[in-house]
Design a protein around this ligand. Sequence first.
Ligand code: ADP
Length: 481
Amino acid sequence: MRTLEDNGLMKTQAFIDGCFVGSADTPVTDPASGAVIAHVPNLGADAATQAVEAASRAFRPWAAKTAKERSATLRRWFELIVAARSDLATILTSEQGKPFAEALGEIDYAASYVEFYAEEAKRIAGEILPSHRPDARILVQRQPLGVVAAITPWNFPAAMITRKVAPALAAGCTVVVKPAPETPLTALALAELARRADFPAGTFNVVTGDAVAIGGVLTSHPAVRLVGFTGSTPTGKLLMRQAASTVKRVALELGGNAPFIVFDDADIDTAVEGAMASKFRNSGQTCVCTNRIYVQSAVHDVFVARLTERVKQLRVGCGFDDGVVQGPLISERAVAKVEAHIADALGKGAEIAAGGKRHALGGTFFEPTVITGAASDMLLAQDETFGPLAPVFRFETEAEVLQAANATETGLAAYFFTRDSARVFRMMERLEFGMVGINTGLISTELAPFGGVKESGNSREGSHHGILEFTELKYACIGGI
Ligand code: ADP
């Protein structure tokens, strides 16, 4: 691994009740080389229980602090993250594979949630409502929920943590994080910075190890009041079922199957830029990545030609090498899925315009791929590929493409490109997705509510909406006035 300016950020123990604990025995590998870069503890139910209990003890004192005090601690954490952005990005690229520039971008994005919720901590207000009786008053207060569990994926090892943890801590909750087994080191570095920011012991815990055992505790322990999860739809459904036994709140951000629609009145260069940004970021491994590109007949060939030209220029390689914009995929399983989607599509009549196979670099590197002649009966239309495969579907009418775009159980992000303002409103209102990018392929920001509808999830992260998830309304009726 590349050397860090601050070696103290390379933590290889879990963080429970303010201490780094556990013996490092499970390997973490660099997906670019397959080399083992560190070991972290393989903890289970006992450690998860200890973390929940520590978080439970820390909850009342943390919630009792003034919003301004909590805000100041979050602000210190934000500043420490920004100061360590280069080291954090180095750790992130080493365990996740994304190009270093993208990793820096993720650290800035992750930090932006901490900054935003440090500010937002001070703006959780209650209300006094008109009363049903002249001698009574109705007071409504927002109180923190309690202990929050956060189970996070490997594709954004930093941002998926801060997006949950920062609003929870700002609201007065305490947190237990279970990071993805592929990317625990970024989580532990964030924990070290939280320690330096002086979060009290137990407010922020990170438990690495057995997902099923740790997840079992996080979804059943009575002290946990919310389970926040970003990951696959099957795992989200499982956690939701498990959390039902103690009626926990469940905040899910699950898979997508994003349509990307180019109408014949679109600016084609803008649409191609949008497709590149939304399809190939993180080598196609984000839940808002374009999965299906629909192009109207009149502009189909010109769009495909320009997209293909751009895709062929993408430089694939190790995330630390200059000019690389496409890193390796996270695992062999991820590569196998892309291959299966391509084979299925070719078998059903699609054609390759660029790429199409494993990259000459070997390992889990894959050629950025464009295929044409995609159709709704192909696997790639029904399932999220989560890799660098851009399938292009041809369409004729707005009604037809709207129906095709909505024909999915998921509803996270959708994109469309047009210069017709009436169509902007029609499409925006009728697309069954939680987020819609119009004439842009980049929509993520801490300032907006991120989340999906249908099987893509049930909550929103970011903006002032994202903090309310971590609060409970309490109504008090004051009589005898
Ligand atoms: P992926 O297949 O992309 O890794 P997952 O949904 O399996 O997606 O993983 C997202 C997160 O959920 C990871 O932190 C993973 O360890 C965790 N996870 C997977 N299965 C379980 C489970 N049964 N209980 C708790 N967490 C789980």
